[in-house]
Structures are given as structure tokens and as C-alpha cells.
Design a protein around this ligand. Structure first.
Ligand code: AMP
Length: 312
């Protein structure tokens, strides 16, 4: 581990990275980011310190996960501030490559993680998870971490990455980190910088909706009722709903969702969970995506589906 407040080694080329990696002995944890770092990212680094001898952070706005018309060009790039922030949490090594360093040649391969990548975010952004899968797989190959940490903020991305690692037998442990929120409940996101003062207040609707869904779940609501409770909050606010959905957290299959969740609801699994006589709580996750002005935000929370109360 680096001493706190010591600036991490900054590498740009693959060669610089390879040399710096060779200087690190012991286990390494990887935190992949697109920069514009906030406390959510820094929490990943803090947890990474606990799990490995060294922490390697990548800062790369990956073009292959943005579709034409999305915010690739506008995405905030703040390398100096990011390096300072990473010094404050003791990251050892940063790789901030140009795109040409990551993609030495135009990739002819594509990674399709399957069903998990086609619903929700994958329905709205059909090329997104293919791009994520490609850059994550390449970065694992280049950095060869023992463990990689990803935020639950992007819960579907985490599910996609777990699928890739399992199906391709990539020897890396994947560790999820709970969402870090602002004091008003809004999940920290680099895209919050796009919000006007008024929009920043309206953005609270997402976490409020999730809170309402969680309250319904605690009272024994069905997946459909949980989704409806959350959707009602968003519908009453000045935001444009993309989707509201409840998934089985282990398998990331849809249990209920708005039409725009654009996925097949697994009725059999839903019924199985609901009809079970067991009082054991089942792990599910409520996810929302909505536009606040021109900015698309996502949020989610894990919750338990309480058995035996579904008919009330
Ligand atoms: P990004 O820079 O948006 O690609 O995010 C890099 C990593 O930080 C991803 O694993 C995100 O899920 C994670 N992350 C982003 N925001 C948060 C947050 N508010 N809480 C926890 N993790 C986060």
C-alpha cells in the first residue's frame, strides 16, 4: 500500500504500466473508473486496500461502451484532481491510457455476456455492455489483478462482469461495493455534474422511489406491487421514467418491471418465490433509470422479498 497523500505512480502507455506493475510485489486489486472521481470511486479504493497489497486504478473513458449521440465527448475529464483524490486514499498505481493504448488494433472479437446484458440498461443502450465486457476483459488481461472491485451503483454491470468471469474462467475475484450516496440520498455519480441546481433537487426522486419500493417490500408486497410503488413516486415528479424493475439479485432475472424494462419477466421464478411457504427473505434488487432534464440517471437498492405475505 502507498503512503497516504503520496501521489500514485501515473502511467499512460502499456510499457510504463508493465514496468510499474513489475515493481509491485504481492497481490493487486483493480478499480476501473472513467475518472471524474467522487467519494463512491474512492470507497472502492478504500475497500481495495483491505483486500490486497496494492491498488491499481484505471482512468479511461472507454469509447466502445458509448453509442453515437451519448455523452462520450462531454464526459468530464479531470485527471489532475483525480490524481490528488487517489493520493488521499493511498492508491499505488494509476493507468490513464489513450484509447490507442487500450485498442492496439480494432478488435475483431466481441463479448456478448448473454441475457443479463440485454434487459434494462442493455435494452436502452444495446451496445453498452458489449463495450464494457470488452474493456473489462482486456484490462483484466493487461493488469492481471487478483481481485477487482466494482460498485453496486452499476448493479447490472456487476452482474455482467460476474457472468464473464464465470463463463470464461478468468482467474480474478469480483467484489461488489454498496452505493455511496450524498446526504440527501442521491447516489454519487460523475454525471451529477451535468445537473442544474433545480435538476439536482429533482434527482432525489430516484432514491425516494427506491425507498418507497423498499417500504412496500418490507410490508410484504409482491414484485409487481414493489415496482408500482416506486413508479408512482417517479410519475409524480418532473422526471422521465426509462424503467423501474425488480430482479432476482443472484441471477439478475426480471421478476417485474415497467414495459420499457424490455425484458421477459421470469413468471416461473416469480411465482416460485411468491408461493413458497418459507418465511425466509429472498434477495432481490429494485432498479430505476430516469431522465432528469437531459441527464439520464440510474439508481438501485437491494431488498428482501418477504415470503408468505404476497396475497395481502
Ligand atoms: P464509472 O467511473 O462511473 O465507470 O465508475 C467506476 C466504478 O465506480 C464502477 O464500478 C461504479 O459502479 C463505481 N461507482 C460509481 N459511482 C458509485 C457510487 N456512488 N457508489 C459506489 N460505487 C460507485
Amino acid at each position: 500500500m502507498n503512503n497516504m497523500n503520496e501521489t500514485p505512480t501515473l502511467t499512460r502507455t502499456r510499457e510504463e504500466l508493465t514496468q510499474a506493475l513489475a515493481d509491485l510485489s504481492g497481490t493487486r486489486a483493480l478499480v476501473m473508473t472513467m475518472g471524474a472521481l467522487h467519494d463512491g470511486h474512492l470507497q472502492l479504493v478504500r475497500e481495495a486496500q483491505q483486500l490486497a497489497d496494492h491498488v491499481v486504478v484505471t482512468i479511461f473513458v472507454n469509447p466502445t461502451q458509448f453509442a453515437p449521440g451519448e455523452d462520450f465527448e462531454a464526459y468530464p475529464r479531470t485527471l489532475d484532481a483525480d490524481m490528488e483524490a487517489l493520493a488521499s486514499v493511498g492508491a499505488d498505481l494509476v493507468w490513464a491510457p489513450d484509447s490507442s493504448e487500450v485498442y492496439l488494433q480494432t478488435p475483431s472479437i466481441s463479448v456478448d455476456p448473454g441475457a443479463v446484458a440485454h434487459i434494462l440498461e442493455g435494452a436502452t443502450r444495446p451496445t453498452h455492455f458489449g463495450g464494457v465486457a470488452l474493456v473489462v476483459t482486456k484490462t483484466f488481461g493487461i493488469i492481471r489483478p487478483d481481485i477487482a472491485l466494482f460498485g453496486e451503483k452499476d448493479a447490472q454491470q456487476l452482474a455482467v462482469i460476474r457472468t464473464i468471469v464465470a463463463d470464461l474462467d478468468i482467474p480474478v475475484r469480483i467484489h461488489g461495493v454498496p452505493i455511496v450516496r450524498d446526504s440527501d440520498g442521491v447516489a454519487l455519480s460523475s454525471r451529477n455534474q451535468y445537473l442544474s441546481t433545480d435538476e439536482r433537487v429533482r434527482a432525489r426522486a430516484l432514491s425516494h422511489a427506491i425507498g418507497e419500493g423498499a417500504s412496500a417490500a418490507a410490508l410484504g408486497a409482491t414484485p409487481r406491487e414493489i415496482v408500482d410503488a416506486a413508479r408512482a413516486v417517479l410519475a409524480a415528479e418532473d422526471v422521465e421514467i426509462d424503467y423501474v424493475a425488480l430482479v432476482d439479485d443472484a441471477r439478475f432475472v426480471l421478476l417485474a418491471g415497467t414495459d420499457s424494462a424490455a425484458g421477459q419477466v421470469d413468471e416461473a421464478l416469480s411465482q416460485m418465490l411468491l408461493s413458497s411457504q418459507s418465511d425466509a427473505a429472498r434477495d432481490v434488487r429494485l432498479l430505476v433509470a430516469a431522465r432528469v432534464g437531459a441527464t439520464r440517471l440510474i439508481d438501485n437498492a437491494p431488498m428482501a422479498l418477504v415470503g408468505g405475505h404476497s396475497g395481502e
